[in-house]
Design a protein around this ligand. Structure first.
Ligand code: NAI
Length: 264
């Protein structure tokens, strides 16, 4: 409020403006559904201003409606993260608009599963572009504003497939394994600037990505999961909430498997 005649109202108004300014700003890619949606809703509930990124404007609009209804703060920025120039511009625009960028959650990911013998160059390139190159582009653009704020939390979504390998997922496992080395390197380059970088490696989580696997595959995997069930998106979101918090400043360069014990 630029001008206010009533002192009490002025104070209330200034206070709410201040808290908007004080909010940590978080970008979450792949926020239209599944794990990304759960992360976005959780970070908003924890008082972050969340920038919702995915290709589908309609999918993001539904998430925004839910966050708004719960009293959270967010904005929608549709983007194909496979388009490096568009993603770079998005990150820069967010930092410019808000004067800060505190948290980056690179969650969006795709699978194009098939055995190596049949894997096409296109299936390889598509997965590497969306799952790995986009993370490089977003992190490179994010670290400058994070360095200015002397605070940053980068959380990259890996997978147990990137730790153990998985038949039919040479492209996907390679992209997720590469994220681990990439993330450890950012942690080393940026640690002294107050920026942490970690990977969360989910096991089998109930989302559209695992829905396509069918009941037979899910039943076959259950005996290998010590907690004997699939995980929920909210269980990944709670790990992200902690890693992105102010109190997690000494936790960096780690890969945390949130997988019911599957990969251990
Ligand atoms: P999902 O398929 O349900 O959702 C993926 C999200 O990424 C959607 O919002 C989609 O719009 C977005 N996305 C995909 N390609 C995009 C692009 N080119 N540009 C912008 N947005 C794009 O996936 P889910 O299950 O929620 O997975 C999220 C992350 O967790 C992924 O990185 C995935 O590899 C990882 N993960 C998931 C597991 C699971 O069991 N669901 C297991 C291990 C890892």
């Amino acid at each position: 409020m630029a001008f206010c005649r009533i002192p009490a109202l002025c104070r209330i108004s200034r206070h709410s403006e201040d808290s908007a300014i004080d909010k940590r700003v978080a970008i979450v890619t792949g926020a239209s559904r599944g794990i990304g949606r759960a992360i976005a809703e959780r970070l908003a509930r924890d008082g972050r201003h969340v920038v919702l990124v995915a290709r589908s404007a309609e999918g993001l609009a539904a998430v925004k409606t839910a966050i708004d209804a719960a009293g959270g703060s967010c904005e929608v920025r549709p983007c194909d993260i496979g388009d490096g120039a568009a993603l770079n511009a998005l990150v820069e625009a967010v930092a410019e608009t808000h004067g800060r960028l505190d948290i980056l959650v690179n969650n969006a990911g795709i699978t194009r599963d098939t055995l190596l013998l049949r894997m096409t160059d296109e299936q390889w390139d598509e997965v590497i572009t969306v799952n790995l190159r986009s993370v490089f582009v977003a992190c490179r653009a994010a670290i400058r504003p994070m360095m200015r704020g002397r605070f940053g939390r980068i959380i990259n979504l890996g997978s147990v497939s990137g730790i153990t390998g998985n038949a039919g997922q040479a492209n996907y496992a390679a992209s997720k394994a590469a994220l681990i080395g990439f993330t450890k390197t950012i942690a080393k380059e940026m640690g002294a600037k107050g920026i942490t970088a970690n990977v969360i490696a989910p096991g089998f989580i109930e989302t559209d990505m695992t829905e396509v696997l069918g009941e037979a595959v899910k039943a076959a995997v259950l005996p290998n999961i010590p907690v004997r069930r699939l995980g929920k998106p909210e269980e990944i979101a709670s790990a992200v909430a902690y890693l992105s918090s102010d109190e997690a400043g000494y936790l960096t360069a780690q890969t945390i498997a949130v997988d019911g014990g599957l990969a251990s």
